[in-house]
Design a protein around this ligand. Structure first.
Ligand SMILES: Nc1nc2c(ncn2[C@@H]2O[C@H](COP(=O)(O)OP(=O)(O)OP(=O)(O)O)[C@@H](O)[C@H]2O)c(=O)[nH]1
Ligand SMILES: [Mg+2]
Length: 443
């Protein structure tokens, strides 16, 4: 089955290009033919010349980034984007969600839908759609939300996953929190699951784990792509009986997003290190899994600085500490192990009921995928996709900052002039407050 990706705005197009690059290199190096074939079928088709062509549609309201992404892909010599799978206009959405959602989205709807339709028709079987974008600008967030709505109408039964990049907390866009709030509140109604990368977290990984001095978006995007690739590449599920699972989006959604009130997924991968060190490092499954479990509990995104004192409250402690003392409670976790001796890995620590909300059984809360194929040159790698309280604090900060600005009606006229009313803002605040409250009360 295949996934059609829609890349929107600068960030969506740049992250998407890195993702296809990682997937293609990894699949090419895959030591198993079925793994490579499964990956190619998922993400690429072949054109008349035998080139691998990404199953992707590129959308931006200005041409520069799309041109760059297409050139980079073609230069890789391994894969390319379809010659006619992109659409751009001459001017961006000016970091304004309302401009994207109310103006550019509706104006260009037919063209975009036609591009997606053609890409979907190239798939023998559609696994689902993945839309990639930032939440802080105007095109990715505004047009991205509008297009997600169109896709939901056109494909009511398909899985739709949104991959969102959250802005640096001290970001460069003054209205980034408005754009983020409007995007998230709307996507919550439309999307099956929302997979989030925070720029601040990924930046830290680049500086502290990869030792990069001058960090560029390209560095950040490579880390995001590595983590996403390790989620989306073929793997065996518990009941796939030695056959690679067919539908990565469907299985991801059913493993993690079983309740409409809880759709926010965070992801982390270990180990991550400079590529020059990979060949000289060895890791054990028990060590990696112990670290990952503690990272989950203490909500750290890196092995560095894990709080080893943190543990899940159990028994009577549990009833007393609704929101815990920094303990990160999960609704559901998907653990993905890739590499050598993967069948020997012992993952019982992730089935501990104390990690989870009490209203789901640990069979429903925990899912394990495995693949014996080395991922992206790492001998062993562990990825955790988690529907937990991990994004509660950044979400709360985002909503609070937007609310503080909204209280003085700062910049609101920039939105009302395109047709977004104060009431629309209030509705978005209300629905995200509800999401925050639900995650807060996870017990
Ligand atoms: N990780 C990552 N973040 C990016 C990248 N490009 C932009 N961003 C972030 O995305 C936000 C800005 O959104 P953009 O994607 O540039 O905006 P856009 O969707 O093109 O919208 P307009 O330019 O307003 O039309 C900021 O928070 C940036 O930090 C990228 O390549 N990688
Ligand atoms: Mg732009």
């Amino acid at each position: 089955m295949s996934v059609v990706t829609v890349q929107l705005g600068q960030c969506g197009n740049q992250v998407g290009q890195e993702l296809f690059d990682v997937i293609c290199s990894d699949a090419e190096e895959g030591q198993k033919k079925t793994y490579s074939a499964g990956s190619f079928e998922r993400f690429f088709h072949q054109n008349a010349h035998g080139d691998l062509v990404a199953r992707a549609v590129l959308i931006d309201m200005e041409p520069k980034v799309i041109n760059q992404s297409m050139t980079k892909a073609a230069k890789s010599g391994k894969w390319r984007y379809g010659e006619a799978s992109h659409f751009s206009q001459s001017q961006g959405s000016g970091n304004n969600w309302a401009n994207g959602y109310c103006v550019h989205g509706p104006r260009n709807r037919d063209v975009v839908e036609e591009l997606v339709r053609r890409e979907v028709e190239c798939c023998d079987r559609l696994a689902g759609l993945m839309a990639m974008m930032s939440v802080a600008g105007g095109t990715g967030s505004g047009v991205g939300t509008y297009i997600t709505q169109c896709l939901r109408d056109l494909h009511p039964k398909s899985f739709i996953l949104n991959h969102l990049t959250w802005p640096y907390r001290t970001g460069e866009v003054i209205v980034q929190n408005y754009n983020s709030v409007l995007t998230l509140a709307h996507l919550y109604q439309l999307s099956d699951a929302i997979l989030v990368h925070e720029n601040d977290t990924v930046h830290k990984i680049c500086s502290q784990l990869l030792n990069i001095k001058q960090i560029s978006f390209s560095d950040v995007n490579k880390v995001i792509a590595h983590q996403l690739g390790s989620v989306l590449q073929p793997a065996f599920t518990a009941d796939s009986h030695g056959v690679y699972s067919r539908n990565p989006l469907g299985e991801l959604v059913s493993a993690l997003a079983c309740h409409p009130e809880y759709k926010l997924l965070s992801v982390c991968t270990i180990p991550q290190m400079p590529s020059s060190s990979i060949a000289y490092s060895t890791f054990s499954w028990p060590g990696l899994l112990k670290h990952m479990r503690q990272m989950l509990i203490s909500n750290s995104k890196m092995e560095e600085g894990i709080d080893w004192q943190m543990r899940p409250p159990s028994g009577s402690e549990r009833t007393r500490s609704l929101t815990g003392f920094g303990f990160n409670r999960s609704l559901a976790n998907l653990l993905i192990l890739r590499g050598k001796d993967v069948y020997c890995a012992e993952t019982g620590g992730f089935e501990d009921p104390d990690l989870y909300t009490s209203w789901l059984s640990s069979e429903e809360s925990f899912t394990l995928w495995k693949s014996p194929v080395l991922f992206n040159k790492y001998e062993k790698s562990v990825t955790l996709v988690s529907n937990s309280q991990a994004l509660l604090r950044p979400l709360d900060n985002m909503v609070r900052s937007a609310w503080n600005m909204f209280a003085s009606r700062a910049y609101v006229h920039q939105y009302t002039k395109f047709g977004i009313s104060e009431e629309d803002f209030l509705d978005s605040f209300t629905s995200l407050e509800q999401v925050i409250s639900s995650y807060n009360q996870l017990c």
